[in-house]
Design a protein around this ligand. Sequence first.
Ligand code: SF4
Length: 437
Amino acid sequence: MLKSSKKISFYNIGCKVNYADLSQIREDFASRGYEIVEFGDNADIVLINTCTVTHNADADARKIIRRAKKSSPNAFIGVLGCYAQLKPDEIAKIEGVNAIFGTEKKFQIPDILSKIQSNQNIEIFCSGIDSLVFEPSVSSDTDSRTRAIVKLQDGCDYKCSYCTIPLARGNSRSMEFSEIIPTIKKLENAGYKEVILSGINLGEYRSSDGKLFSDVLKLLSNTETNLRFRISSIEPNLVTDDIIETVAKSHNICHHFHIPLQSGSNDILKLMRRRYNVSRYRDVISKIKDQMPHSCIGADVITGHPGESDKHFEETYNLIESLPISYLHVFTYSERPNTFAINLPDKVQFHKKNYRTAQLRKLSEIKRNYFNSSQIGHISKIVIEKYDFKNYTASGWSDNYIYTYLHNPNNILGEVVTVRISKIIENQVFAEYLELL
Ligand code: SF4
């Protein structure tokens, strides 16, 4: 039996929801008396939470498994997460892996490990994804205790052409509405200052009593709390007028949206099976900017989806250039098994995909610099998450998502400060301190 006096380490790959899930599992081990050590230190058990969103994510997982085996040659190595759910047999072939846990089993790992007698055989604990229930998870950032992630929703009912996530995480399911306030109160009492509201398709939030994501935002807005809230990412077709108005009026929801675009061509959006067109996207961005002129808007874009011609790409580039988007996360299309796109004709050549990605990353930098400069003189609130004792410089994210530096003789780590954005030096944004809240 693997005893609880053992040392255990963790490694996460992938999105905020994955991070929250692994944090939750780590807390469970800690409460059972396991000693948590850094990944790379010698451990008796290593758990690796994987992602499978791209080909590279799978490769990263394999690399991390090999690193774990090297740093802890005698450890029991368990692999969980989306890659584990979709390709357990592939993972089982990697030397050193002892157990693989699918989506349904990952929150049961502490119980399962307490029953495993030895690490001589490879055990696969994977089942279907048809009857998954919502498992709450909250991240714990033990270093600075400033920002926490709360998973409000999991899974996805959409069928985007390129995406394998619904196959790994199952159908959409949500946290009970009545659980939200107790969860955030716990985080507030633990000293957190910001909560990131996360989900796989967050806008699809629907509690068992029919509450929607807009109801969650209203609830949080009307709650007396020192926390501020940030929406992690929301699909454009799910950004309703009600959501925009609620955020605009709210004193505690950050004026920051991350709204996946994926392509600026209606032809490609259709092929991607996305549920909006360019005009809808444009409309959402313009409504947000009308009501919140200082808001930061980020977007995901995929380059090189099958069928994306030079003209389609040009449409994407021109659309982004014309919209008040502040930054991009650019992904190069990667073929995923069992997706619709894998069978589409007109594959884009490798060098073209990479060229387009590079073009959009350059555009993202330009837009980021433009947005940051446009905020000079603007008053913002920063949650201080780092303090550099050598240079007496505090830093953290503003409510509208600008990483901001601030000279201050005192260590104000974990505080919320009001500042005025004052200058930009070598792409770093500086602010003058106005008051400590
Ligand atoms: S909305 Fe589309 S891209 Fe996002 S998780 Fe669902 S299927 Fe994947």
